[in-house]
Design a protein around this ligand. Structure first.
Ligand code: 5AD
Ligand code: SF4
Length: 440
């Protein structure tokens, strides 16, 4: 009988991408996907370390898995448990110690070695080296998932060392993949019918990859090149740092229709003092100027962002500055978090931590404002015609779901399957989290 795997993914889109590529590796070894953990022979948790809560989830999940493994072993069946991703990278040895149920631990740069690790699980292997190109050189081609949208990692790691963030420690130094490798991966997706490419990187707009002619391409150059492929209809990129928003990126936003008018551009906080303490190396005014510049090039562009409330030393006044930025920018959607002290980061050692209740109050106020803006943004779509890339059947009969250029879920009634098609939809209704409409 063929073995089955189940991968549970936590955290960001980098992890979603990594899980996809792990599936490519396992598929090449003749593993099949399992619908649930209970049906799997190999379970992998692809973990996130960004906030304490995310990291804790892993241990509670491992508790559940322990019972599952005991049942399987009683039945005389093999059951392999792997912990991957950023918790593995940050505290892999501790995971092994704390959770005897775990058979192997490997980091974000090591999952290409899964076949070896699976063969060696009696030794409880721990693989946490950082050699990004090594991984990309050995990964099998992406398998055909039947989807029309694909992620392609172009840049990994981070050298920016924001004082709240563990990424530079869990994902290592900034690294840009060579142009040729990226194009090869994109073409493999195009062979499978993909029409939307999302370029991924922790600092994707810092991309500077080696091109065949010996020059270095920027992200803008890469986007311009991809736009020349007829089959590609939509291009996205995420996540960007304000510090790396360069002129050529502004230009391509104005020139390339296929580049979606939607940008995730986190500011984190609105007070210049807090931004300085966070080591973000830009001011709120500079950020707002970027937003304005992008809007002048592409009037229909919308923004999403990330926010942290309660960074050490943040006063009420500082927090008000964050609300002011939000009022000025008007976000289409956003993620916001209470500051979480992360081991090894400079923020964690500060003595002026903000009390939890204060963080909670600030987060509630911020989220109320962001939710209101998201609703307003969605409401503004009513009466417009938007191209929608349909992905799957909806909950109701004869209903299909897809994504607008702004990543909004759009549901449409139709008597025929729409999956995989990009069609114009006249938007007739808007809710807080989705839109409804009719095919044009
Ligand atoms: N506490 C809270 N939020 C954090 N983020 C990163 N580190 C922390 C932390 N220590 C948030 C930032 C980042 C997003 C991915 O997670 O907003 O942009
Ligand atoms: Fe973390 Fe800052 Fe790097 Fe983003 S830029 S991954 S927030 S250190």
């Amino acid at each position: 009988m063929q073995k089955r795997y189940f991968i549970k993914t936590y955290g960001c889109q980098m992890n979603v991408y990594d899980s996809e590529r792990m599936q490519d590796v396992l598929a090449a070894q003749a593993y099949l996907p399992a619908e649930t953990m209970e049906e799997a022979d190999v379970v992998i948790l692809n973990t996130c370390h960004i906030r304490e809560k995310a990291a804790e989830k892993v241990y509670s999940e491992l508790g559940r898995i322990k019972r599952l493994k005991m049942q399987r072993q009683k039945a005389g069946k093999e059951f392999t448990v792997g912990v991957a991703g950023c918790v593995a990278q940050a505290e892999g040895e501790e995971v092994m110690r704390r959770a005897p149920v775990v058979d192997m631990v490997f980091g974000p740069q090591n999952f290409h070695r899964l076949p070896e690790l699976l063969g060696n699980k009696q030794q409880r292997p721990v693989e946490l080296d950082f050699v990004a190109n090594d991984k990309f050189d050995t990964l099998p081609a992406p398998r055909n998932t039947g989807g029309r949208s694909a992620f392609v990692s172009v840049q990994e790691g981070c050298d920016k060392f924001c004082t709240f963030c563990v990424v530079p420690y869990t994902r290592g130094a900034e690294y840009s993949r060579p142009v040729k490798d990226i194009i090869e991966e994109v073409k493999q997706h195009l062979d499978h019918g993909v029409i939307e490419i999302s370029l991924l990187g922790q600092n994707v707009n810092a991309y500077h990859g080696a091109a065949a002619d010996g020059s270095e391409w920027s992200l803008a150059q890469l986007i311009e090149h991809l736009a020349e492929f007829d089959q590609i209809k939509r291009i996205r990129y995420t996540t960007s740092h304000p510090r790396d928003m360069h002129n050529d990126l502004y230009r391509v936003h104005g020139e390339i229709d296929k580049l979606m008018p939607y940008l995730h551009l986190p500011i984190q906080a609105g007070s210049d003092r807090v931004l300085h303490d966070m080591n973000r190396k830009h001011t709120a005014a500079e950020y707002i100027a970027m937003v304005e510049q992008l809007r002048s090039k592409r009037p229909d562009i919308a923004f999403s962002g990330d926010f942290i409330v309660g960074f050490p030393g943040e006063t009420d006044e500082d927090f008000e500055a964050t609300l002011r930025v939000v009022e000025t920018v008007h976000y289409a959607s956003a993620y916001s978090f209470k500051y979480s002290t992360r081991p090894g980061t400079p923020g964690a050692t500060r003595s002026d931590q903000v009390p939890e209740e204060v963080k909670g109050e600030r987060l509630a106020r911020l989220q109320a404002l962001l939710n209101k803006q998201q609703e307003q943004f969605n409401a503004r779509m009513v009466g417009k015609t938007l191209p929608v890339l349909f992905e799957k059947a909806g909950k109701h009969a004869n209903q299909w779901l897809g994504k607008s250029p702004y990543m909004q879920s759009v549901h449409v009634p139709a008597g025929r399957p729409l999956e995989g098609q990009m069609l114009d939809v006249h938007i007739t209704q808007a809710g807080p989290n989705s839109l409804g409409g009719e095919l044009v």
